[in-house]
Write a protein that binds this ligand. Structure first.
Ligand code: AMP
Length: 507
């Protein structure tokens, strides 16, 4: 069992600054910051934010709309240190996307990249947010470097600490309320299965505004007093170069990232010898992707599972212990996960049977902001209903089949698109695959597959259909295969099934 959790991530950073003040905490390009200065900048900016908002700061919300940078890491911790609720938002969002989220979040202040000045000022005026802090140009949050300030304000652990908008792959964005304690506890829970070593070098490629990078990068780094290497803009060539140059030990990737890196010409000549462990989460990791990555890099991938509503992590394959390929691992400490029947959600199913995954534990959300009905549907009798379909094996390893709403019913049979995606990904010519269901007058629903072929691949739709027919029962074989490689992605690189379903419906 893991040590007692630290009450908030701000306590975690303060402890790192006290224990390892001279250690490199953050690196982005050629710029670095040690833990002493990291804490100093967080304390300095927290004081500025508190002064700007006034006495109600700890009950307010502060939005941060920034791409990955050292300033972003400082801003995230500084907001937490004021006691306010952080609202991290995607800087690539258009005004059309940001508007409804900002008005729902109703922040007292917005911290944003100066490049977004036009969009943010206009939205803020419309929504009525008076306090704006633009970062960039003359305003850098590293201004307190060398000032020797110590973090002297800490949030109340059981107040709301994070308002994380989710729903990128499912349509309407919902704000997930998490307490400061929930966020910090989840770091300790993960460490029980994935014990980090002192001074790891962690690469954060996915954007920090998403729960995955914030949990598996930003907070993990201060927990293990390691170095977080940030990449402002994703390009596979830069990621490969950074892994070698920065002697990265932990790499938190997503399936799309692993696929993208393996498809790059530099992959075969990259030095991966520093890597000790890779994490995969955020969506299902095809078994073939895991095998290819591990064979080529000699570094294992531990797959885990969670969702923003679950703070975010529920299960992981252990770093030391049995890893099961295709499984998302065992349940974190202080967490219960059950499989229940999809129809009523009340019958706990037997080992091996697939049903809806429900969970309870200290990391689970308090609810959705401003959405009592959706909260009541997701949180029932103290359980979070995840909307995912999964099954446990006899060793307590969880296997995720699919999202409940992605399940298709073809000719009366339940079909999990993920199963067909796995078979497609095992084809030597396929780099990536996605399968969605569309309405079909004859079968109820029919499957459409979308694949991205590797360079110089010889396969075409017809040969792929033959390949699938040899491996799958008839009702699971897609009615159509599109080999054009047009697979839409969300801002965090997940396959955008909503967009794909819309495309499939019009095809
Ligand atoms: P988000 O809240 O954006 O992190 O999305 C959470 C959803 O991503 C979960 O409910 C799952 O449907 C999916 N997901 C996350 N990790 C995995 C995984 N390892 N395997 C399959 N699906 C996953």
């Amino acid at each position: 069992m893991t040590a007692a959790p630290v009450p908030t991530v701000v306590h975690m950073l303060a402890a790192a600054a006290a224990a390892a003040p001279d250690r490199e905490a953050l690196r982005c390009g050629d710029e670095t910051l040690n833990y002493r200065d990291y804490a100093s900048c967080v304390a300095g900016f927290a004081a500025e934010l508190a002064a700007a908002i006034g006495p109600g700061v700890a009950q307010s919300r502060i939005a941060v709309v920034m791409a990955n940078s050292i300033d972003t890491a400082i801003a995230i911790y500084a907001v937490a240190a004021t006691g306010a609720q952080l609202v991290p938002l995607n800087p690539a969002y258009t005004a059309h996307e940001l508007g409804p989220i900002l008005s729902d979040a109703d922040p007292a202040l917005i911290v944003f990249d100066v490049m977004l000045e036009g969009i943010v000022r206009e939205l803020a005026a419309r929504i009525g947010v008076a306090r704006l802090v633009a970062i960039g140009g003359d305003k850098r949050l590293t201004a307190w470097r060398g000032a020797g300030r110590a973090i002297d304000s800490f949030p109340e652990p059981d107040s709301l600490g994070l308002l994380q908008y989710t729903g990128g792959t499912t349509g309407r964005s919902k704000g997930v309320d998490l307490t400061h304690r929930a966020v910090a506890t989840n770091v300790s829970q993960r460490d029980a299965l994935l014990p980090s070593e002192d001074g790891e070098r962690i690469l954060a490629v996915t954007p920090l505004y998403h729960s995955y990078a914030m949990a598996m990068g930003l907070h993990l780094a201060s927990h293990c007093r390691g170095t977080l290497v940030l990449l402002p803009r994703y390009h596979p060539k830069d990621v490969l170069a950074l892994i070698a140059r920065e002697r990265i030990t932990l790499f938190a990737g997503s399936p799309t990232l692993f696929t993208g890196l393996m498809g790059h010409a530099d992959f075969a000549r990259t030095d991966f010898s520093s890597l000790k462990l890779c994490f995969s989460g955020a969506s299902a990791l095809p078994v073939e992707t895991l095998r290819r990555w591990e064979d080529a890099t000699a570094c294992g991938i531990c797959e885990g599972y969670g969702q923003t509503e679950a703070g975010p992590v529920l299960t992981y394959n252990p770093r030391h212990g049995l890893r099961k390929v295709g499984s998302v691992g065992t349940v974190l400490p202080w967490t219960e996960v059950q499989i229940v029947d999809v129809e009523t959600g009340t019958q706990v199913l037997l080992v091996g049977d697939a049903g809806e995954v429900r969970a309870r534990g200290p990391q689970i959300m308090s609810g959705y902001r401003n959405r009592p009905e959706e909260t009541a549907a997701a949180l029932r009798d103290g359980w979070l209903y995840t909307g995912d379909i999964g099954a446990f094996d006899e060793d307590g390893y969880l296997f995720i089949r699919d999202r409940k709403k992605d399940m298709a019913i073809v000719g009366g049979f339940n079909v999990y698109p993920r199963e067909i995606e796995e078979v497609l990904c095992a084809h030597p010519d396929i780099a990536e695959a996605a399968v969605v269901a569309v309405a079909d007058g004859y079968r109820g629903e029919a499957l459409h597959a979308y694949v991205t072929l590797k360079d110089n691949a010889g396969a075409d739709a017809e040969s792929l259909l033959d390949y699938l027919k040899e491996r799958l029962t008839k009702y699971k074989v897609p009615a159509r295969i599109d080999t054009s490689g047009a697979i839409p992605k969300t801002g965090v690189g997940k396959i955008d099934k909503v967009a794909l379903r819309a495309a499939a419906a019009n095809a």
